[in-house]
Design a protein around this ligand. Structure first.
Ligand SMILES: [Zn+2]
Length: 335
C-alpha cells in the first residue's frame, strides 16, 4: 500500500512538472537551430546565390543551419535609389538577406535625413549601419535629429563601428578612448536608441578592456554587441573571463563574422569551413587552427547551448525588425 502511494505521488509530481520541463527546453538542437550572421557585407544579388551555396555546404557537411544574413553592404541611397534592389532581394530570397542602410563616412554628418529613415524603414530596411572608426564625429550635435528619429521609429543602429582595436590598429590610446567616450555621450543623449555595436565596441584586447565593455553594457541597457571578426582575438583575454562574459551577457551578444568579398567563384567549401571554425570557437573547447580571419590559434570557449541559442538567433529575432516574421515564414518555430 505504502509503495503504491509513493509511486502515485511520484507520478503526480511528473505530471505537474512536465509542462515546466517542456517550456524550459529548447525545441532546437545545435544542428537544427537557425543561425544568423548579423554582420555580413553581402553586396550584390548575384553574390547572394553564392551565400546560399555556402549555406548548403554547411548543412550537408557540418550539420548546421546558417539561416539568414543581415546585409551591411547595399546600394540604398538617400534619394530612394536602390529600391528595386531591395524588392528583388526580398522576392528572390524570402528574407534570408535583410538589408541595412549604410553610411561609411560621417565626417560631414550622417547621410540619411530623419524623413528618409522613415521612408526606408517602411520599405523593409532593418537597420542603419554607421561606420565611425577612430573619431569623435558621431558626437556632433548636427547628428542628433537623425539619432532622435532612430529612437522614435525603432531604426536599429546596425553594427555601428566605433574606434578601432587598440593597440593593434589604433596605436594612440588617447584617440582610441576619445572615440569611445564620444559614443558614450551620444548614448547618454539617446537612451532609447537600440544599437548593436560592431566588434564588441573594440573593447576586447585585454581583460581590462573587457571589464570596460561590461561597464558599457551595464550603463546602457539598449546597447548590444556583435562579435564579428573577434574570434581570432579571444586569446588576448583570459579564456575564463571571455567565457564568463559571454554567459553573463548572453542576452546582449549577437553572432556575426564581418564576411565581405566572399565567397567568390565557387569557393564555397573554404567559406563554409571558416564559418564552421567560428561556430566551433563558441561551441567546443578544441584548439582551432584559426578563426574567420588571421592565423593565430585559439581555444574554443564551449558555451552552454541556451547561451548559443541567444547569440545565434534569439537576440536578433528580438532586436531587428522583420527577423522573427521572416524566420516564421521560413518554417522555423520562434517563441
Ligand atoms: Zn564590417
Amino acid at each position: 500500500m505504502y509503495k503504491l502511494g509513493l509511486k502515485y505521488f511520484l507520478f503526480s509530481i511528473c505530471i505537474i512538472l512536465y509542462p515546466t520541463f517542456l517550456s524550459a527546453q529548447s525545441r532546437y538542437s545545435l544542428s537544427t537551430m537557425p543561425r544568423i550572421d548579423v554582420h555580413a557585407h553581402v553586396g550584390s544579388i548575384e553574390r547572394m546565390t553564392e551565400y546560399m551555396e555556402v549555406r548548403k555546404v554547411l548543412k550537408e557537411q557540418f550539420n548546421v543551419d546558417l539561416a539568414m544574413w543581415i546585409n551591411l553592404r547595399s546600394p540604398l541611397g538617400p534619394g530612394g535609389e536602390g529600391l528595386d534592389y531591395l524588392k528583388e532581394v526580398d522576392e528572390k530570397y524570402q528574407g534570408r538577406f535583410l538589408t541595412c542602410l549604410t553610411n561609411h563616412n560621417i565626417s560631414k554628418g550622417l547621410k540619411f535625413s530623419p524623413e528618409e529613415l522613415v521612408e526606408w524603414i517602411d520599405r523593409g530596411v532593418v537597420g542603419y549601419k554607421i561606420w565611425v572608426g577612430v573619431s569623435p564625429a558621431i558626437d556632433h550635435p548636427a547628428n542628433d535629429v537623425t539619432l532622435t528619429k532612430m529612437e522614435q521609429i525603432g531604426m536599429v543602429g546596425a553594427s555601428v563601428h566605433i574606434s578601432q582595436p587598440y593597440p593593434r590598429n589604433c596605436k594612440d590610446p588617447i584617440k582610441f578612448w576619445e572615440a569611445i567616450n564620444a559614443w558614450e555621450r551620444v548614448l547618454d543623449r539617446h537612451p532609447n536608441l537600440v544599437v548593436v555595436n560592431a566588434h564588441m565596441i573594440n573593447l576586447f584586447y585585454s581583460d581590462e578592456q573587457l571589464e570596460y565593455l561590461q561597464y558599457v553594457l551595464e550603463t546602457y541597457p539598449n546597447v548590444y554587441i556583435d562579435i564579428a571578426a573577434r574570434f581570432k582575438d579571444f586569446y588576448s583575454m583570459k579564456r575564463e573571463n571571455i567565457r564568463k562574459f559571454m554567459i553573463k551577457y548572453a542576452d546582449r551578444i549577437l553572432f556575426g563574422t564581418d564576411i565581405s568579398d566572399q565567397p567568390e567563384g565557387g569557393d564555397y567549401q573554404q567559406v563554409a569551413e571558416a564559418y564552421n571554425r567560428c561556430f566551433q570557437a563558441l561551441e567546443t573547447d578544441k584548439v582551432l587552427p584559426r578563426g574567420f580571419f588571421g592565423d593565430r590559434e585559439i581555444r574554443g570557449i564551449s558555451l552552454p547551448e541556451d547561451v548559443l541559442e541567444k547569440i545565434y538567433y534569439r537576440n536578433a529575432a528580438r532586436i531587428y525588425p522583420r527577423v522573427k516574421d521572416v524566420l516564421k515564414n521560413l518554417g522555423y518555430v520562434i517563441e
